[in-house]
Design a protein around this ligand. Structure first.
Ligand code: IPM
Ligand code: MG
Length: 356
């Protein structure tokens, strides 16, 4: 079965991580075909449009998209991959690889997944001058006066819908069950983190809906924490976590914290799933400070690729690659500088191929 992957390498150092990974995927000879939608600055130079219709159609026709990381203009493609394709669940597995440079004294056994709501919350992109709110005469619960009276300033809308919350929390419960099927020694648990003590109307609603969904999924343990308390627990006892579900912004911030906990953002993969499309991208940014040096850690890109292989039905290959990555970390001789090694991106990838 031939599967088509649309590849968008992204900006700055991102292509240096993506290229060897795509080359490696090609060398598996499992019937992957790669197409390259032109987006961002290159597309603008050629067509005047940062996200031309042709690129969108390529993404639509492909079975999935493998996305590097964006610092700017290729962001229009990312917006399409999320909101255009309805990829509501951003899954970010956080697994300790023995041999990686975790700042924790005891990182052994960290194995959880963040399920970040990917389309709502403060990411609805609705911001503007406070004065525009005057016709609404909105009084703040805490400030006790109309917000437009505060003076010159801006607002941002945080939107939490029932449907959006139900589907992300259901997704989290389904993921907990499927993780348990893969590894029966796991105790399936969903942890919810929100600021419901302060944002009672929005995060409080997220938690309320999560509790309703939890009641329908009583075979899986459910717990919830206030997000600041959760941040502390994430650092102190990450081994207690299984699946963590959060509104969009907390999920964004705390997935970088989780990456740091493991040893670097270069280790954190991610997949964004919707009802009929999924795409895959490392959780890290474009690392402009190391662009052009061939030292970016491609682990996040490689592990995002294994999530993509799972999605496309190549589970056996996905497990083989994960095993190979684990062996390279355990061996420790071909690690990139963020992991305390001296290897280049290419050397690391060559070591993974050898370990296969
Ligand atoms: C991420 C990134 C993006 C986000 C940026 C690039 C828009 O930080 O995928 O975590 O905020 O979602
Ligand atoms: Mg982020």
């Amino acid at each position: 079965m031939l599967k088509t992957v649309a590849v968008i390498e992204g900006d700055d150092a991102a292509p240096e991580a993506m290229r060897p990974v795509v080359e490696f995927l090609g060398s598996l000879n499992i019937g992957l075909e790669f197409v390259y939608p032109v987006v961002g600055e290159a597309a603008e130079a050629a067509t005047g449009d940062i996200f031309p219709a042709e690129a969108r159609e390529m993404i639509d026709r492909a079975d999935t998209t493998f996305f590097g990381s964006t610092s700017g203009k290729s962001g229009a493609a990312l917006t399409y991959l999320r909101w255009g394709k309805g990829t509501f669940a951003n899954v970010r597995p956080c697994v300790h690889l023995p041999g990686c440079a975790s700042p924790l004294a005891n990182p052994e056994g960290i194995d959880f997944a963040i399920v970040r709501e990917n389309l709502e919350d403060l990411y609805v992109g609705c911001e503007g001058p406070l004065g525009d709110l005057a016709p609404l005469n909105l009084s703040g619960r805490t400030i006790r006066r109309p917000v437009h009276d505060l003076g010159e300033g801006r607002y941002a809308i945080k939107a939490i819908t029932r449907a959006g919350t139900e589907r992300i929390v259901r997704f989290a419960f389904d993921l907990a069950r499927s993780r348990r099927r893969q590894d029966p020694s796991r105790s399936p648990k969903v942890t919810c983190a929100t600021k419901h003590n302060m944002l009672r109307g929005s995060d409080g609603f997220f938690l309320e809906v999560a509790q309703e969904v939890a009641a329908d999924n009583a075979d899986v343990e459910f717990e919830s924490f206030i997000v600041d308390d959760f941040a502390c627990r994430l650092i102190r006892e990450p081994q207690r976590l299984d699946v963590v579900v959060m509104p969009n912004l907390y999920g964004d911030i705390l997935s970088d914290a989780a990456g740091g906990l493991l040893g670097s953002l270069g280790l954190a993969p991610s997949g964004c799933y919707g009802d009929d499309y999924a795409y895959f991208e490392p959780a890290h940014g474009t690392a402009p400070d190391i662009a052009g040096r061939n030292i970016i850690n491609p682990t996040a890109a490689l592990l995002s690729a294994t999530m993509m292989l799972d999605h496309l039905g190549f589970e056996r290959e996905a497990r083989r690659i994960e095993d190979a990555v684990q062996r390279v970390y355990a061996d420790g001789r071909a690690l990139t500088p963020d992991q305390g090694g001296e290897a280049s991106t290419t050397t690391f990838c060559d070591a993974v191929v050898a370990a296969l």
